[in-house]
Write a protein that binds this ligand. Structure first.
Ligand code: G6P
Length: 489
């Protein structure tokens, strides 16, 4: 049992992730605006935190050096139960360098960048040092805020050393670690120079969680091949104890989306959008502008579709929200110009004075407007080349109660395993296949759309973020109870 309902007690939880759910932006001396942070991790975790007495530990989105300013920001964040970790001095090499220049591409099967492609004063070693230092900075803040009995739940690839540092500090701290991205095949993971140290560090946690069975399978065989340790259905036997490893597919808070779609101002936005795109079908894409999301591949497939289907040229638009992300990593800047080039070419080839086939937006949109877009779209196009889960596809399904639009979904997103029956699954590298799926989705009879939607909606509704969080926490409690029992016996 997670908590005693009768006494109204909620278990205390420290959620530790690189990013806080809100990011601060400096608006003047000692003044800040706080905005919701982007990404699936934040939207998934927001659905969880109400069940626990939660505090969130993470980077506030800015470097702050002045003590007075630090205190002021810490105070405003405390009102939202957030505790900042100021990563002054290490942020660039830790976040842009090691996390997003090295680990992120490896985890997504994209390979390591060549050392000489990187910023000249950053080497693999300096970035790795910064990564470890940053993990220690998280540890220091946790120690200042930890109370006996707290559970510490560490999230994602930014914090692979944190379980080890926490256990070295106090072996009794209950530590879980969850990976929000895919875990790669051992053949790819093996190329990482710090491969063994990182594996050993996460194996010190009590419970390790992944989105899909395939990621668990990759992780277990990686442990066997690199560390020579045994991987079983229960987990990994490491240093005389079993580190439990299990699958916990994340979800969303579906009611939040359903409620929002019913708000009068959102209905009004939907009507405006319908009027704006009257006589056309709307294909929607919502992604961070990241290599893993396959946006160039999506545009190439759409170009092929328009090429081969002249009938549809003035009857369909692709609205792509491309949320800016990680702008200081060179690969992301290159991607932006590549994508802009493709949009220009396709709009130039197939547009007219009165209509453009692609509406590409380099920005995020507010939550209500996002829900209105999800609700009016006829087709959602998700072409991730590799993706942990892809909650955007869940969000679309939650907003489609009225329309029952079609989800075209990459088989390389974790969601491909959960929504695969209701969606049209595609290989995003195959532009011909994606182009055919677009056609099939646009022509799909209402009855089939309804059946597919029903299936997906049922899954999204029953596999919520709340369930994900409580499943992980129950498993963590059981794992700890079991190992305490073994020690006593
Ligand atoms: C993915 C990662 C998250 C990350 C998010 C946004 O979902 O798994 O850990 O927070 O992307 O990326 P950013 O680098 O902006 O935090």
């Amino acid at each position: 049992m997670l908590y005693d309902d009768a006494r109204g007690e909620r278990p205390r939880l420290l959620v530790v992730a690189n990013r806080l759910p809100v990011s601060a932006k400096r608006t003047g001396e000692n003044s800040w605006s706080l905005e919701m942070s982007p990404g699936g991790l934040v939207s998934g975790l927001l659905g969880v935190t109400s069940q626990f007495d939660t505090k969130w530990v993470g980077w506030p989105g800015v470097d702050v050096y002045n003590e007075v300013e630090k205190n002021a920001l810490t105070k405003s964040l405390a009102e939202m139960k957030c505790i900042p970790v100021f990563l002054n001095g290490v942020f660039d090499q830790y976040y842009n360098g090691y996390c997003n220049g090295i680990l992120w591409p490896i985890l997504h099967h994209m390979g390591l960048p060549q050392e000489d492609q990187q910023d000249t004063n950053q080497t693999f070693e300096t970035q790795y040092d910064a990564y470890k230092k940053a993990n220690r900075m998280f540890l220091d803040v946790i120690i200042q805020n930890y109370e006996e009995g707290d559970t510490v739940w560490c999230h994602d690839y930014h914090l692979m050393f944190l379980p080890q540092y926490l256990k070295e500090h106090n072996n009794k701290i209950k530590v879980g670690w969850f990976l929000h991205s895919p875990f790669p095949s051992s053949e790819v993971y093996k190329t990482l120079p710090s491969r063994s140290e990182l594996l050993r560090a996460i194996l010190t946690a009590d419970l390790l969680g992944f989105h899909t069975y395939d990621f668990v399978r990759h992780f277990l065989s990686t442990c066997t091949r690199i560390l020579g340790v045994e991987g079983t259905n229960e987990g990994v036997v490491y240093q005389g104890r079993v580190t439990r490893v299990a699958v916990f597919p994340i979800g969303i808070d579906p009611d939040r989306f359903i409620r929002t779609c019913k708000l009068p101002e959102v209905t009004q936005q939907m009507n405006e959008l319908k009027e704006r795109f009257a006589g056309k079908k709307v294909i929607l894409g919502v992604d961070r502008l990241d290599m893993i999301k396959g946006i160039p591949q999506k545009y190439l497939a759409f170009e092929k579709f328009l090429e081969e289907n002249p009938y549809w040229r003035d009857k369909v638009v692709l609205v792509q929200i491309a949320v800016p992300t990680r702008n200081d990593v060179p690969e992301y800047r290159k991607l932006k110009s590549q994508v802009h080039g493709l949009v220009g070419r396709i709009n130039g080839r197939f547009g007219s004075v009165s209509s453009l086939p692609i509406h590409h937006l380099d920005c995020s949109v507010d939550f209500n407007y996002l829900c209105a877009l999800y609700a009016i779209a006829d087709v959602m196009l998700v072409t991730s080349l590799r993706d942990g889960m892809n909650l955007v596809s869940y969000e679309f399904v939650a907003c489609q109660e009225a329309k029952k639009g079609v989800l075209v979904l990459s088989e390389f997103a974790g969601a491909g395993q959960s929504l695969g029956v209701g969606a049209l699954l595609v290989n995003p590298w195959d532009v011909t296949e994606v182009s055919s799926a677009i056609k099939e989705a646009l022509n799909m009879p209402a009855e089939e759309r309804e059946t597919r939607h029903k299936f997906n909606f049922q899954y999204v509704y029953t596999h919520s973020a709340k369930k994900w969080g409580s499943d992980f926490m129950s498993e963590l409690n059981d794992t700890i109870a079991e190992s305490e029992l073994q020690i006593r016996n």
